[in-house]
Ligand binder design. Structure first.
Ligand code: FAD
Ligand code: EPU
Length: 339
């Protein structure tokens, strides 16, 4: 068990923010994790768990013990005529898992290509993109309870997945460390999900002879690379806010003043409004404040131009929330986990 003191978390978060972890340790299996949890309990250290650091905003030094998930391994554990069940260690890079499944022609994760981060954080917010969320292929996960070290399995129902939501962000917040995730993937013939956004037009540009999950993955990668900043070049954590969901009646009253307001109808008489549009209309697209700002192509992405602090990014986020609230009466909710 190797625990380091006063470790800079700059290399461990995609905003590229410098804060220090009082104590820092990586773990590569469940036993190592359980032993670290026992040690932290003896020391009365609070715990913080990091994967790829692509969905956190670190605004202050982290007291206690920061745990870095390095549990590796991807294996097919079961199959029938139609499906194969794939188990992945929570410390695997998400996109590596997607590529591994594409190599075997197993369908379900292709629309989620190139999402940064590790497998273990994916269930935290039920990651989603281009018409697919992990709940669509999720089978179950294994997690270790922080307080006791006990291993528990969570079914799809137990995870309570919603749009960028799960039980781990609410009732069970800060209580479990996810160690493995199992997905149920389709064998050939696989279902293609191509109706969302620019997938169809991008596929058409690619002049394919045949549609495949590999082609969908390439199309998604192409769209993402054209829109979203690469964190290696410009610090960011993807969409900073969730797209707000409002009642249909509220939307219709706003629409009187904003006839061009984009919107996506949902069940239960609700409507999703793109936060990017609200932010752009509030005058914040591409705006820079000191070393922070909103991305020039996608204002929902807050960026660190270099040298910003987490507190400065959080201040910018709050200014944007206030501007959108002022203009539209809509409260934007952070998607990113603010520490
Ligand atoms: P981290 O940032 O390390 O952690 C996120 C949260 O989960 C923290 O609260 C952390 O404490 C907790 N956590 C981490 N690992 C575990 C674990 N093993 N057990 C329990 N809790 C844990 N997200 C989408 O949904 N769709 C997108 O299209 C998308 N695009 C993005 C594009 C860019 C350029 C970037 C930078 C981010 C994007 N994201 C997107 C957000 C992000 O990639 C995902 O939320 C991803 O799942 C975060 O993984 P991570 O390992 O980096 O998590
Ligand atoms: N828009 C503007 N101005 C802009 C950009 C976008 O008005 O500068 C409006 C347009 O109406 C556009 C709409 O916003 O049609 C949606 O934009 P986009 O297609 O870029 O998607 P998004 O809603 O901003 C969501 C997710 C992304 C995910 C994409 C693709 C959330 C919070 N974000 O973004 O996820 O990759 O759809 O599915 O749901 C993330 O979670 O970090 C993330 C990047």
């Amino acid at each position: 068990m190797s625990i380091q003191q006063q470790v800079s978390l700059r290399p461990f978060n995609t905003f590229g923010l410098h804060v220090e972890a009082e104590n820092f340790a990586a773990f590569t299996n469940v036993e190592e994790l359980q032993s670290l949890l026992r040690h932290a309990k003896e020391k009365k250290w609070p715990l913080f768990i990091l994967g790829g650091g692509s969905n956190v905003l670190l605004t202050q030094d982290v007291p206690g013990l920061t745990l870095h998930n390095q549990i590796k391994g991807i294996t097919a554990i079961k199959e029938d005529d139609r499906y194969v069940w794939v188990k992945a260690g929570a410390g695997e890079v998400w996109h590596d898992l997607v590529l591994w499944t594409l190599d075997r022609n197993w369908g379900g994760l292709e629309n989620l290509s190139l999402i940064p981060g590790y497998v273990g954080a994916a269930p935290m917010q039920n990651i989603g993109a281009y018409g697919v969320e992990i709940k669509d292929t999720f089978d179950h996960l294994e997690a270790v309870e922080m307080a006791t070290g006990a291993v528990r399995s969570f079914s799809l129902e137990a995870c309570q997945f919603g749009y960028r939501e799960s039980v781990f962000k609410h009732e069970l917040k800060g209580q479990y460390i996810i160690t493995h995730v199992v997905f149920r993937l389709e064998k050939e013939p696989t279902t293609f999900h191509t109706s969302y956004g620019a997938i169809q037009s991008t596929l058409a540009d690619m002049a394919l002879t045949e549609l495949s999950i590999q082609a969908i993955s390439k199309a998604v990668i192409r769209i993402r690379q054209s829109k979203l900043p690469d964190p290696k070049v410009l610090g960011n954590a993807g969409s900073f806010f969730k797209n707000p969901v409002i009642a249909d009646s509220r939307f219709r009253s706003l629409q009187k003043n904003y006839p061009d307001m984009p919107h996506y109808p949902l069940p239960d008489e609700e409507v999703k409004i793109p936060a990017a549009w609200l932010i752009e209309q509030s005058g914040w697209k591409g705006k820079r404040v000191g070393a922070t700002g909103t991305h020039v192509k996608q204002p929902l992405v807050l960026v660190n131009y270099g040298g910003a602090t987490g507190a400065e990014v959080w201040q910018l986020a709050q200014q944007i929330q206030a501007a959108v609230k002022d203009a539209f009466g809509i409260q934007l909710e952070p998607e990113v986990n603010v520490w």
